[in-house]
Design a protein around this ligand. Structure first.
Ligand SMILES: *Cc1c(COP(=O)(O)O)cnc(C)c1O
Length: 430
């Protein structure tokens, strides 16, 4: 049997901050009004002060606070598994490893930064965290983390998901969160769209505007974002830091690292600790960022300054973007529907360190179903994008007759997404 097991030793005591190792710094965020580089104090109306300190942190290693480490220890290190049944099924000489982030509370990697953000907010005496959620994974992660650290959570949920995913909404409410359908009549930003069409399907950009607006109007409320920001990506590096040690225990070094990208956090969390060695000139590794064809931020978007939301309330970020007014089709992988991409991921993609690829439709669900038949875990539709590319790479290795070592992030499970699989044929073609 081959599996990584040295639990305590593998649990990271510090996050990895890639900004300490970049040869060229990314372009700074700009103030939405003055368009001047943002000062940390400009963010204080929106984010808890302790969170802002993480966002502007320059140290390479940033300690995991004790109470967060304790919360992590309940489910971290998450499993690093060689997908031997999938390898056999694909008849490939490649070794395929996955890091399983669905093993934690509420079933996705988002719990990692949610715990950090709720802890930092509680430390600053914040009463309520407002946020948005697409498919519901971020909302439920923050609702759980909030309940753990005594923070109230208010979630604007994109209407198309709110109506299609009653289970996710119930989960958030069971943690004590209040959940509003977005666009809602409760905010100016929401009313603009709601008044045109009370059944407006919504978008993450609109839901972010609503959450930021309620934050700006109430000093007891701060805002939490589940992806995109530098510090959110940094919180997710526990994934890659663990994976690297777990792979070492199995005598394996990945030549290809794969993750799906919505805002970029689970991909960065797995990849950045490995990118570190490439930046230092010690290794050559391929990093593949997989996005949906229906929301092709890296492969079809423009690199430049853009707003993170549709009302223009957030700072301007230098990133790949489809434009804040982009309303993607009601994609089943709701977590990949964001119009922008993390500035740090955009920065590395622009320098050729990350290869973006877009995949779509049936192939994604078939890959997810194949993974379940072989490995027994149903991937979240988002994660199935990474599975599809990992399987394609393994088949390429077979055709080329070359051994390969592939590592991908199984960012979440799909056991609350059976409806999406059912609407896509339950993998009958796989
Ligand atoms: C939210 C989500 C994603 C996409 O967000 P990133 O910030 O790009 O990681 C991917 N997978 C799952 C399971 C998610 O919940």
């Amino acid at each position: 049997m081959r599996f990584a097991s040295r639990r305590d030793e593998f649990l990271p005591r510090a996050f990895y901050n890639i900004k300490a190792d970049l040869p060229e710094p990314p372009k700074p965020p700009l103030h939405p009004g003055t368009k001047a580089p943002l000062r940390p104090e400009d963010l204080e109306a929106i984010f808890p002060k302790s969170f802002i300190r993480q966002e502007v942190e320059t140290a390479r290693e940033v300690p995991v606070p004790g109470p967060v480490l304790e919360a992590f220890a309940a489910f971290r290190p998450t499993p690093l598994v060689e997908a031997t049944a999938l390898e056999k099924e694909l008849d490939t000489p490649a070794r395929i490893f996955y890091k399983y982030e669905g093993a934690g509370p509420v079933g996705s990697h988002k719990t990692n930064t949610a715990l950090m953000q709720a802890f930092l907010a509680a430390k600053d005496g914040v009463r309520t965290l407002a946020t948005e959620t697409g498919a519901g994974q971020w909302g439920s992660a923050l609702a759980y983390a909030g309940s753990r650290f005594g923070i109230e959570t208010r979630v604007f949920m994109v209407r198309s998901s709110y109506r299609h995913k009653p289970g996710r909404r119930a989960l958030m409410e069971m943690f004590g969160a209040s959940v509003l359908e977005s666009p809602s009549p409760a905010t100016e930003a929401g009313r603009k769209f709601y008044d045109q069409d009370p059944d407006h399907p919504g978008s993450l950009g609109m839901a972010i505007s609503e959450a930021v607006e309620v934050t700006l109007k109430d000093p007891g409320v701060k805002y939490a974002l589940g992806s995109v920001l530098d510090s959110v990506l940094m919180h997710q590096t526990v994934i890659g830091l663990e994976a690297e040690k777990q792979m070492e225990e199995l005598d394996a070094v990945p030549d290809t690292v794969i993750g799906c990208v919505g805002g970029g956090s689970n991909f960065a969390g797995l990849a950045f600790p490995f990118v570190r060695h490439v930046l230092a000139g010690r290794r050559r590794t391929r990093f593949v960022a997989v996005e949906p064809e229906a929301c092709p931020t890296l492969t079809g978007g423009k690199l430049g300054y853009d707003f993170g939301d549709s009302a223009g309330l957030t700072p301007l970020l230098f990133m790949h973007s489809l434009g804040p007014d982009f309303v993607p089709p009601p994609l089943h992988a709701g977590g990949l529907r964001y119009h922008g991409m993390a500035p740090l991921v955009s920065h590395l993609a622009a320098r050729g360190l990350i290869e973006p690829v877009a995949v779509g439709g049936q192939a994604v669900f078939d890959a997810g179903a194949l993974f379940m038949r072989t490995e027994g875990i149903l991937p979240a539709p988002e994660s199935a994008h990474a599975v599809a590319v990992a399987a394609a790479e393994a088949l390429r290795a077979r055709n080329e007759g070359r051994p390969r070592t592939i590592l991908f992030n199984l960012s979440g499970h799909g056991f609350l997404d059976f409806d999406a699989y059912a609407r896509n044929g339950n993998g009958r073609a796989a």
